[in-house]
Design a protein around this ligand. Sequence first.
Ligand SMILES: [Zn+2]
Length: 311
Amino acid sequence: MTTAFFTHADCMDHITPAGHPEQVARLQVINERLSQDQFATLSHQTAPMGTVEQATLTHPADYVAKIQAACPAQGHVTLDGDTHVCKDSYTAAMRGVGGICAAVDMVMDGTAKNAFCATRPPGHHAETQTPMGFCLFGTVAIGAKYAMEMRGLSRVAIVDFDVHHGNGTQDLVWNDPRIMFASSQQMPLWPGTGEASETGAHDNVINLPLKPYTNGVELMTAYSRDIFPRLAAHKPEMLFISAGFDAHENDPLANLNFSTDDFRQITQMLCEFAEFNCRGRVVSTLEGGYDLPSLADSVAAHVKVLMEHAQ
Ligand SMILES: [Zn+2]
């Protein structure tokens, strides 16, 4: 089987103000890298438009309508300090929603072993009724709910290795015992949540705060000790990854010290977990990562491992 790669040109039309780190160029460098010969066997897929029905798996309908209505005919509207929308932002975010649901479909149908979705804006900071941290819709949580509500799975897991806490995902899955959410993040760091004491309404949330300058070896040791045993006990039928690459040592927004090879290794650990526990079903979606060369390198390392596990 193959690894499905979902993206869409509409995700380039989400234009952020000049100097904003969450910029169009992020997707350009990823697309350029994944066009190289070594990725020729990727199954390239066009992310379909998400539907309101999909977005309302986690958000109220009036919130979805509010985001659509907030997009101005020209220029930008600022929704919070660093979250902006332009004319095409709703469409771009909906490509993320549709992309992850289509990725779930391909993996469930057996037309792909696993999938990576490179869409923007990212999603893991969007809370039930609050856009924040560059994010509009909780893409990965929507994918997780879709896998259960529409594809019949009983239990899933989400692992978020973005350097920032996945506060939005946590908010969206807090009350759902079918979803185990594990998030590692630098602390202290924006958004300020993600203490180990935040455990979900059903003990279904695992937070792994990391001190500044934590390296990848320390991260993987902590995952082996604190996350994988509990994920295995949850018996997930599909593993979702909130793949943010801003824990890279070169990233301008934070202070963790992961190398590109650390992203390869953590992906390897996650894929091996999925092989053993959930038939290799992995759906990964892009979150952060703001140093462009390091982002391209790290995504390439991540996708290469997905492809090796799809063979
Ligand atoms: Zn981040």
